[in-house]
Write a protein that binds this ligand. Sequence first.
Ligand SMILES: [Fe+2]
Length: 445
Amino acid sequence: MKFLRSSIFILILLSVGYALRAQVPGIHYYMVGGSCCADDRPPLHELTTTRIGVVADLHYLSPMLVDEGEALDSFERATGRVVQDLQEVLDKVFDNLKEEKIDVLLVPGDLTNHGERQSHIDLKQKLMDFIQEGVRVFVVPGNHDINVPNARAYTGSNPTPTESITPGEFAEIYAPFGYSGALERDEASLSYLAELNDHTWLLCLDTNRYGEHTTTTITGGRIREETMDWALNILEIAKEKKVVVLGMMHHGLVEHMPYQSTFFPQYLVEGWEERADKLAGAGLKVVFTGHFHSNDVTRHLSPSNNAIYDVETASLAQYPFAYRIMELDEEQLSIETRFVASTPANPNLEEEYKEKLKRAARRVGRDRIKNLGIPIPEEALGPLVEVISNLSVMHARGDEELDEVMKGAIVAFADMLGGEADFDSFSFDFPPEDNRLVIKLDGVR
Ligand SMILES: [Fe+2]
């Protein structure tokens, strides 16, 4: 039974990750590093506040690379991404961020569907609209952005090859979004340092392996040794100058669920624990990430007792179509999460894509259980598959809590095994909260 239980847990993890790749805010504050509650915060108008938006994993595909036909139909069937839906989601999110009068927009990678030059060029135009409105934009590349050997256009009956871009071209195209105004550039990668305000810097780390691409992209990431030395040197200078440093990178810096580094190593930077310990020890307090297409915030404590928060934002290319709006002042970072539930052309966007994610998780979960040959009775398979698919959807949205549907599925599954439902075994969201929280920056300076 023990083997069976741990196998099931592993299966759930595997299935969750696969489903995420294939394709209203919470209600209370989580105070970090202090004992005060939300009501103890100083009024925002007494502090210098910077409003910051975060959008991740846009996977933008230029309208010039698609046209009605079999190539587009099969792309949409295979990925579950209807191109028109994604374009409307992006427009809606960008409109909302402009209405919200953000000062800064952060984009931690996977800007394009799969590295198409035309997608980069068109996205640049959309980002330039923010610059026109006085919003500063900062980007870093993701694994789907540079040197993509199999970038494709979807017109006619078959996909056709289309040009990607080099690392140098990335820095040129996105010059207005971090590269041209950088305080420092790393010589070993597309990492750079930007000034957010008088007392805050943004350390943007390029964690990708585009130099090694041959026939397709490499999902995994790492922080090169030279880049690490460069970053640690900056953190040392920041400490001397009493400047707060926030980070941004595509890959996760710390684990977002138990055993993530074992089962999904390609979603974290190589040697994540050593990297996280060193960066936290040097004073990096928060890092904004994407890549895993989920909303999750995880706190990691270094041996030197320094905490770092990996604020991972879900994708705008699949359920739950989430983005962040944050307020940064001298004392804290307040984070809220918004979700797109509908678009003009698709009033059922949220339900439709939630179901797509569930279906993908069901299919993969069922296949894996069968392929691994785990001895689960046929009548237990259905309930287990339901547990897996529900967990996938909940993890993507963040702040996973067992709802009645989920509890019902677990009870049904436990019944089949002849045991009692143990809800704790199915909880795997590390603290703090994921969608609405406050990170205290005390102790940084
Ligand atoms: Fe990615």
